[in-house]
Every structure is written in structure tokens, then in C-alpha cells.
Design a protein around this ligand. Structure first.
Ligand SMILES: [Zn+2]
Length: 428
């Protein structure tokens, strides 16, 4: 078996992992774009076909862990080569909604090809193995800021690899992480663990759970009559926290735009069944449906509103804000702080301008979609891989060995090409 890390050993986002059997079967795990770096978001060398072609050469299948753009992004290229692509069912639906919303405003042949490719994605299910010739991939659900994320257990040439994808244990379904590993992963005697390490350099030990975030949102809603939340639309957990807080502070609705409404509908259909009441967004209201009523009644009694930086939202805010007392307005920024931090490599001027466009009180309320240092330590110890730990999705300057790991595991941390027993590891 050969494991190749094409990208991701020293950067967050854009990870590409290849697993190949001795007989030549080859699969890729994730194939997305570099994370946006401030104003240079298009500066991704793999955006060029000639750079991605060698990676796709004789690949039998591509498996996506979840729908984030740094994990899925070249679906049209891959489809053109006739390579099957696999993803979770809700992820597929979210990607179609997202691409569809751009197409609605601006149709291009590239976007049409992308939509067609996603329509042809094959969906997998948790705990159901998929065989690609002599490689078997079994997805297991993980909690992440994307709602339909998986880790993969891969069996190849008699070896077992666990690829975690992006994960955490402090989301609403994060408590399942340890039991899943104990029950399904650890008994297989994993040889190689490929794990994300996003928080190595970001975790300051003050990471809160979604439940705690919800409590803080309640406090803000008690203090301010109008609370505007800026968060990622496809983050089901975060919007659950906001919806639940809105529910607790009686008498207000959660105003959302048309795209957000459709996404919440998808969460409800796929996740909100049975006991997962968190994913039923009972306070949601599409504000354009009865805009005059919103301007009259909601603006009198108070509301929660999900905001995004786009033209339609700006237009709605321009009509609404003059009716409100700015001392009772609060903008809650609920995503990665780097985007609004001047001087950070991910700084986005337009996002910064948007959150400062009104004289509203500003609050930062966020928790990461990624595993804390402590969670990484727990997962490494539980999985206890026999040959290697390959940390990906992490900043180059942070050493995975700085984690509090047993010495035998520290010795297995691999960031350079090597051969361990009969497993070849290539780090590009
Ligand atoms: Zn992600």
C-alpha cells in the first residue's frame, strides 16, 4: 500500500490524500481548493488542469469527507475524466443548493458542468462499506461545522488506515466520536492514522461547546432587541444554537433569506427527524415572504436575523435599519476571526466593511468546527496506530509532537516520505 499526501501536510485547507494498493487500485480522499487567503482567493496552482491531471491519472474513485470548498472543488474536471465521486447525501444536496444559488444569478458553462457533476455524485451511508476493486472504504459520521461529515476507515492490502477528515467533539453530535472509535475503529488495529490538526496553532484552551454558545446567544438576545448573526449558512449546529436561543427568548422569529430557508429545510429533512429536535428550525421565517409585516410587526417586537454579505441582504438591511434604534441592535460575528482581523493572511476587506456598515453593537461569538488539542490527543491514543500518524490540515510551524502523546506515538508522527514495514508514505 502507498499513501501519498499530495497537499495538506503544511497547510490548512486543500488537502488531497491518495491511497493506492499494490495491484494499482487508486483512490483520492478530498480534492478541494486552497482556503481563501484574503484578496488572493483565486491563487490556487491546482486550479489549472495541467497541475491536477497527474494527480487524477488512473484514479478509480474520489471520496469526499464533507461539502466544504477546501474538500470539494474540482468535480467537473473529475467527472470529465469519467472518475466516480462519492459523498454523503445531505452534502450532495447542500452542494447542489450552493452551486444552484450562484447559477441563478450568473450562469457559466463551468458552473453548469459543476452542477451536472454533482448530480452524478454517488452517495454513501455511515457504516456501509464501499468496495473499489481491492480497496474498501467505510464512512463513519463525525461532528464538524459542515453537517454531513465523515471519517473513513480504509482497508487496503491487509492494512487499515483511518482518515479523520475534519472533526470535533464539541458539536451537538460530537459525543458520538469516542464510542464510534472504540466500537468500530480501534478493534481493527489501525496501521496508519491520517488526522487533521487545524487547532494545533489556534487552540488557546478556551474553546466552548455549541451548548455554551447557545447560552451566550440567549444572554445577547435578552440584552438586545435586534440581534443579527453572521455565520456560515451551511453550519447546521451554529444555526441550531441560534434558533434554540431564539426559541428560549420568547416572542421573536429568526428571519432568514430564501437561500438560508432552503438550506434549513434540507437540514430538517435529513437531520431533523426523530430525536434530533435541534435540527428543527421552528423559529425560521423567510423575510421576503411578507416583508411589510416584518417591517411593521417584527421591527416593533424584536427579532433574530441571519445576515450574509450580499446584495439582497444589504438591500433588506438598508430598508430595515432606519426603522430601528441602533442602541438596541447587535451584530454577532460567528465565524473564523481571521477573516475580519486586519493583517491576518485570511483578512477579507469586504467582510470587514460589511460588519462595520451600521452603528450596531459588535460581539464575537464563535467556536471552532475542528478538534481541540485535547481531542486530538484522545483520538490518537484511542486509535493507537501501529505504524504512523500523518497530521494534515495544519499550519507548517506547528509540530504535532508537541501534543501530550505517549512517547511511542510521538515517534510515529510522520511528516516526511518514508517506508514503514511494507507501507510506503509519500509526502509532497
Ligand atoms: Zn471542513
Amino acid at each position: 500500500m502507498t499513501i501519498t499526501i499530495h497537499r495538506g501536510i503544511n497547510q490548512i485547507g486543500g488537502c488531497i490524500t491518495e491511497i493506492a494498493s499494490a495491484s494499482g487500485t487508486k483512490i483520492l480522499i478530498d480534492l478541494g481548493h486552497n482556503l481563501p487567503e484574503g484578496e488572493n482567493r483565486d491563487n490556487d496552482p491546482l486550479d489549472k488542469a495541467e497541475n491536477i491531471d497527474p494527480i487524477l491519472d488512473s484514479v478509480d474513485a474520489v471520496f469526499y469527507t464533507h461539502s466544504h470548498g477546501d474538500h470539494v472543488g474540482f468535480e467537473a474536471y473529475v467527472a470529465k475524466k469519467g472518475i466516480p465521486q462519492y459523498i454523503g447525501r445531505l452534502s450532495k444536496r447542500l452542494l447542489l443548493l450552493q452551486r444552484g444559488s450562484i447559477l441563478y444569478r450568473h450562469s457559466t458553462p463551468e458552473l453548469q458542468a459543476s452542477k451536472k457533476a454533482i448530480e452524478n455524485f454517488i452517495t454513501y451511508e455511515a457504516a456501509k462499506p464501499i468496495k473499489i476493486k481491492d480497496i474498501t472504504v467505510t464512512p463513519y459520521y463525525v461532528s464538524h461545522s459542515a453537517p454531513d461529515a465523515y471519517m473513513f476507515l480504509i482497508e487496503c492490502d491487509g492494512h487499515y488506515v483511518l482518515h479523520t477528515g475534519d472533526f470535533r467533539d464539541h458539536g451537538y453530535r460530537g459525543k458520538g466520536l469516542e464510542p464510534t472509535i472504540r466500537k468500530y475503529i480501534a478493534p481493527r488495529n489501525i496501521d496508519v492514522l491520517v488526522t487533521e490538526g487545524t487547532m494545533l496553532g489556534r487552540d488557546d484552551g478556551r474553546m466552548i461547546s455549541e451548548e455554551q454558545l447557545c447560552e451566550q446567544a440567549v444572554e445577547l438576545m435578552r440584552k438586545y432587541k435586534y440581534v443579527f448573526f453572521m455565520c456560515t449558512t451551511q453550519d447546521a449546529d451554529r444555526i441550531s444554537s441560534i434558533n434554540h436561543a431564539t426559541d428560549i427568548v420568547k416572542g421573536r422569529r429568526m428571519l432568514v433569506d430564501g437561500y438560508q430557508y432552503k438550506v434549513l429545510q434540507a437540514f430538517e429533512d435529513e437531520l431533523g427527524q426523530g430525536r434530533f429536535f435541534r435540527y428543527q428550525y421552528n423559529r425560521k421565517h423567510y423575510f421576503r415572504k411578507d416583508w411589510n409585516y416584518v417591517l411593521d410587526k417584527d421591527c416593533k417586537r424584536g427579532f433574530t436575523m441571519l445576515v450574509r454579505n450580499n446584495r439582497n441582504m444589504k438591500k433588506a438591511l438598508a430598508e430595515m435599519m432606519p426603522l430601528l434604534d441602533s442602541r438596541q441592535c447587535c451584530l454577532v460575528y460567528s465565524q473564523f476571526k481571521g477573516y475580519i482581523t486586519n493583517g491576518h493572511s485570511a483578512f477579507q476587506q469586504d467582510t470587514y466593511d460589511f460588519i462595520h456598515s451600521y452603528d450596531w453593537h459588535f460581539e464575537y461569538l464563535h467556536t471552532s468546527g475542528h478538534a481541540s488539542r485535547q481531542t486530538l490527543e484522545t483520538v490518537c491514543a484511542l486509535v493507537n496506530p501501529r505504524l504512523a500518524i500523518i497530521p494534515i490540515h495544519r499550519d507548517a510551524q506547528n509540530d504535532f509532537r508537541e501534543l501530550n502523546l505517549p512517547e511511542h506515538l510521538k515517534a510515529r508522527v510522520t511528516t516526511q516520505s518514508t517506508i514503514v514495514k511494507d507501507v510506503k508514505i509519500i509526502i509532497k
